[in-house]
Design a binder for this molecule. Structure first.
Ligand code: ADP
Length: 231
């Protein structure tokens, strides 16, 4: 369960400056698929950074998987982050490593043994449909394939939560739907997904619970099956 209670975040400590997040409260259940929409600068990334604990709120409470962020010890933060996978619009792959090595690296830094890595990487590459591309470098892949590598890397450690921050922002139409379907599959396997997008067609087609952020405020929380976008 992800719980935010009255969370506010100001990056700049100026009285008249509007907060990036303003008194946001929400609950996300395990295995839920949640779409987050809002204009550029609305506060979507800040909301995600509250959940990954990349940024700390100025006020309010955040509890993820039973861990209250205001009480967490510093040394436990890396462990917490491992429970949360993140994929970005710009993939963030290591350019001088192969597909296999990009995924293996995420496991190496999490102290997996060589034997475990050799067992896990082929499985996640199969999950994301990249079997056969193990020795390719990122520049030899299409945008959709790069995003599959990024997704493989983020799910290799079996996180409970997958945060996808505009994962289709750099992709053409065909690859967009491939990636949306892959993320739906990962959700169906039991991972909570939080997915931000500007693309209203995705919001409409997914038809999942949708949060709308405007000027740092949560202005709408539309239940699954009730999403209607401009048609
Ligand atoms: P979105 O993801 O919806 O585009 P953000 O959460 O990135 O929105 O930004 C919300 C507001 O916070 C914006 O006004 C933005 O300029 C500001 N902001 C975001 N990150 C920082 C930062 N590191 N320092 C100062 N202001 C920031």
């Amino acid at each position: 369960m992800i719980i935010l209670e009255g969370v506010s975040k100001r990056y700049v400590d100026i009285k008249n400056e509007a907060p990036a997040l303003d008194n946001v409260s929400l609950h996300i259940k395990p295995r839920e698929f949640v779409v987050v929409v809002g204009a550029s600068g609305a506060g979507k990334s800040t909301l995600l950074k509250m959940i990954t604990r990349e940024e700390l709120p100025n006020s309010g409470r955040i509890i993820v998987g039973g861990i209250d962020y205001s009480h967490i010890k510093r040394k436990h933060v890396p462990h917490l982050r491992r429970r949360i996978g993140v994929v970005f619009q710009d993939f963030k792959l290591l350019p001088d490593r192969t597909v296999f090595e990009n995924v293996a690296f995420a496991l190496e830094i999490a102290d997996h043994t060589h034997k475990e890595i050799m067992a896990i990487v082929p499985k996640v590459l199969e999950l994301v449909g990249l079997t056969g591309k193990e020795t390719k470098f990122p520049h030899q892949l299409s945008g959709g394939e790069k995003q599959r590598v990024a997704i493989a890397r983020s799910v290799a450690r079996q996180p409970r939560i997958l945060i996808a921050d505009e994962p289709t922002g750099n992709l053409d139409n065909k690859h967009t739907w491939d990636i949306v379907e892959l993320i739906q599959k990962i959700n169906a396997l039991g991972t909570t997904v939080i997915f931000t997008t500007h693309n209203l067609e995705i919001v409409h087609r997914l038809n999942e619970r949708t949060l709308r952020i405007e000027d740092g405020r949560l202005v709408a929380d539309i239940a699954q099956g009730k999403v209607r976008v401009g048609r």
